[in-house]
Design a binder for this molecule. Structure first.
Ligand SMILES: [Zn+2]
Length: 385
């Protein structure tokens, strides 16, 4: 990046780069699927409207070829996924074998190209971070994907591919932190026996996929904290300061991968957690100094206003931009143009979903379940101390 660019962005992290693509703008999983709403394109548009995404920081995501995905996925599955995209249909046998053409993992126009683009970003990120730096790929974070089948809206597992790519490019100890409302069953499966991949997940208890129990510790490297419905910012701050940050600091990772799913905020209907986006941004900022390589991915997030605002704020946080109290008219116009319709109703945004990125803080009491869970997991900390 040029000196001019650094001078025009006062607190810029020189290495922060955004990997995105136009494929996400019009692609939809179908008329009533939760992933019918725009997400990454909103982030790109908002960031550009605020002057936060100059060409020097933007990378157009490559689309991974199937052969590049076999580090985790089986050739048989990849062939079936490509064939399903081409035919726009699957046989009953393929549906059962690979979980394709289901309500969660539907047939849609870009059903291979879109996830292959997110996976291409994750593979590239590992290469670009060889010598350190910060990369943001909000289209990534498809943490449920399994080797031989689609799972939970995820056709491929780009976090797994990112970790593998980081490792091929010089990072041995990798910390994977997942603050999506859902447990990352695909990632945990991939690194179940790998002591060099620290895994920390905070997810809603008793929610699909219902894995990630408090007692599920892999070979000692997995830390799973199921949290009750209603999780607030105060509780997440405790989890951050008493669990996530000490664990990662003790581990001393060569790289951090943060899955920053946006479905744990109060306005998202796919969970009953009740965070504000301030909770996410604080974790994004706090992890930054703990490793020379930092990859931030997206994940869930199904309210088009809250996911667009949260993920744009993540990019601001990675770059040290001050988030304005009131968005300029061009940014408000982007949020104002979003629509969200469900089978039985049209959703109307609250006023601040249009006028600002920042949610009102949602502080509250710390539940016994959160306090006990943090204490239980923190007690396992001396492993690396
Ligand atoms: Zn989720």
């Amino acid at each position: 990046m040029s000196d001019v660019m650094q001078a025009s962005i006062p607190h810029a992290t020189p290495h922060a780069r955004f990997i995105g693509s136009e494929i996400y703008r019009h692609s939809s999983y179908g008329a009533w699927h939760p992933l019918r709403v725009p997400r990454v394109s909103t982030v790109m548009d908002l960031a550009r409207s605020l002057g936060w995404l100059p060409p020097a920081q933007f990378i157009t995501s490559p689309r991974a070829k199937a052969a590049a995905l076999t580090g985790y996925h089986t050739p048989t599955y990849l062939a079936a996924l490509q064939a399903a995209e081409a035919a726009q249909s699957v046989s009953e046998q393929i549906r059962r074998k690979h979980n394709l053409g289901t309500p969660s993992n539907p047939i849609f126009k870009e059903m291979f190209r879109r996830p292959a683009t997110s996976a291409g970003a994750s593979l590239l990120a590992g290469e670009l971070l060889r010598d350190g730096g910060v990369i943001y790929s909000p289209a990534g974070g498809t943490h449920h994907g399994l080797p031989d089948r689609a799972n939970g809206f995820c056709y491929l597992n780009d976090p797994v591919l990112a970790i593998q790519s980081l490792r091929r490019n010089g990072a041995q100890k990798i910390a994977y932190i997942d603050i999506d409302a859902h447990h990352p069953d695909g990632v945990e499966h991939a690194f179940a026996d790998d002591a060099d991949t620290l895994q920390i997940s905070v997810h809603e208890v008793n929610r699909w996929p219902r894995t990630g129990a408090l007692t599920d510790m892999g070979v000692g490297q997995a830390y799973n904290l199921p949290v009750p419905a209603g999780l607030n910012d105060t509780e997440m701050a405790l989890i951050r300061d008493a669990l996530i940050l000490p664990l990662v600091a003790d581990f001393g990772p060569d790289a951090i991968v943060l899955q920053c799913g946006a479905d744990a905020v109060a306005e998202d209907r796919q969970s009953r957690l009740a965070l504000s986006n301030n909770a996410h941004w604080a974790i994004v900022a706090a992890l930054r100094p703990l490793s020379p390589r930092y990859l931030v991915l997206g994940g869930g997030g199904y309210n088009p206003w809250s996911v667009g605002r949260l993920w744009t704020g993540v990019w601001a946080t990675l770059n040290g931009h001050d988030i304005p109290d009131v968005l300029p008219p061009a940014s408000q116009a982007i949020l104002g143009a979003l629509t969200w319709t469900s089978p039985l109703r049209k959703h109307y945004p609250e006023a601040h979903w249009i006028t600002t990125l920042r949610d009102f803080p949602r502080e509250g009491p710390i539940s016994d379940a959160v306090r006990t869970g943090v204490q239980t997991l923190a007690a396992r900390r001396p492993r690396w101390a």
